[in-house]
Design a protein around this ligand. Structure first.
Ligand code: C2E
Ligand code: MG
Ligand code: MG
Ligand code: MG
Length: 281
């Protein structure tokens, strides 16, 4: 009886696995098609310098419009794109678009682009960036490359070399989702970076949770003592903004200023004189 019971469990497990695998394969196929069918769209979220209250840059965020699934967020498809290898052509497309934007903006703003672990740890990134920069004549300092703490820590030695190479070429390098990984303090010593982005998980309850307030305050001082800039993510309220400003956080982004918006909409705000009105800081 034990044996047949075990078999029954296995069949149940197998059926569930098949359904999950099938769903996954469907998503993977749809994603590969999405690139050909041009279903990906880029959104921009402004980044505000707190001292000057001006928009000084933006972060590029991917969206996927599927005719039946609707708008799919990157948290749902980036992991699949990453595992299936699609992230390489997709990430190349994102970087091409990013450099074209910087060319249009003529040095007015910085642009932050998210890199995935697979993009960072394959060998194609530096040659791609070299080619794009040589063709465009864009100032590399205006292209900020964001790598998450957990992606960097997957292979610390390779990340260290890559980040050094990126900085040697003049790019700006930021650590994304700071504080959510395991090794924040050790890698600050290991990696050459320009900026850290405090994850919105810490910003969210900054006014109500004394621990979060202490962590954010200490992170900002630590970063400044190490000569790094700090961007706070996910700022939604005036109170959060006031707190961050009182701690001399350099920059912030979040729904308080603007939600991510289509590139065209963002570029309309860029018209001369509009930058100061693009936010309510
Ligand atoms: P991230 O790089 O940490 O981006 C910040 C996320 O927070 C974005 O989610 C943004 O829309 C959201 N956000 C911004 N302000 C607020 C706020 O005030 N409140 C709340 N609740 N959320 C806010 P999104 O666009 O869904 O992107 C999720 C993640 O997907 C990104 O996290 C990034 O890791 C990844 N991602 C997005 N675009 C790309 C890409 O082109 N390449 C790669 N490799 N990853 C990407
Ligand atoms: Mg990011
Ligand atoms: Mg982040
Ligand atoms: Mg994130």
């Amino acid at each position: 009886a034990a044996k047949s019971h075990g078999r029954g469990n296995f069949q149940f497990f197998e059926a569930a696995m098949n359904a999950a695998t099938h769903e996954r394969l469907m998503m993977e196929n749809r994603l590969w098609q999405a690139l050909e069918l041009k279903q990906f769209e880029l959104y921009l979220q402004p980044q505000v310098e707190l001292a000057s209250r001006r928009v000084i840059g933006a972060e590029l965020l991917l969206r996927w419009h599927h005719p039946e699934l609707g708008m799919v967020g990157p948290d749902r498809f980036i992991p699949i794109a990453e595992e299936s290898g699609l992230i390489l052509p997709l990430g190349e497309w994102v970087l091409q678009q990013a450099v074209a934007m910087l060319q249009r903006w003529q040095g007015q703003l910085r642009l932050a682009v998210n890199l995935s672990a697979r993009q960072c740890h394959g060998g194609a990134l530096l040659p791609l960036l070299d080619r794009l920069m040589a063709q465009s004549g864009v100032d590399p300092a205006l292209l900020e490359l964001e790598i998450t703490e957990s992606a960097a820590m997957q292979d610390p030695e390779r990340s260290r070399t890559l980040l050094r190479e990126l900085r040697a070429r003049g790019f700006t390098v930021a650590i994304d989702d700071f504080g959510t990984g395991y090794s924040s303090l050790s890698y600050l010593k290991l990696f050459e970076i320009d900026r850290i982005k405090i994850d919105r998980a810490f910003v969210k309850d900054i006014e109500t949770d004394p621990n979060d307030a202490v962590i954010v305050t200490a992170t900002i001082s630590l970063a400044h003592a190490l000569g790094l800039g700090v961007v706070a993510e996910g700022v939604e309220t005036e109170a959060q903004l006031a707190f961050l400003r009182s701690k001399h956080c350099n920059e912030a982004q979040g729904y308080l200023f603007a939600r991510p918006m289509p590139v065209g909409e963002f570029e309309n705000l860029l018209q001369p004189g509009n930058l100061d009105q693009a936010h309510r800081a």
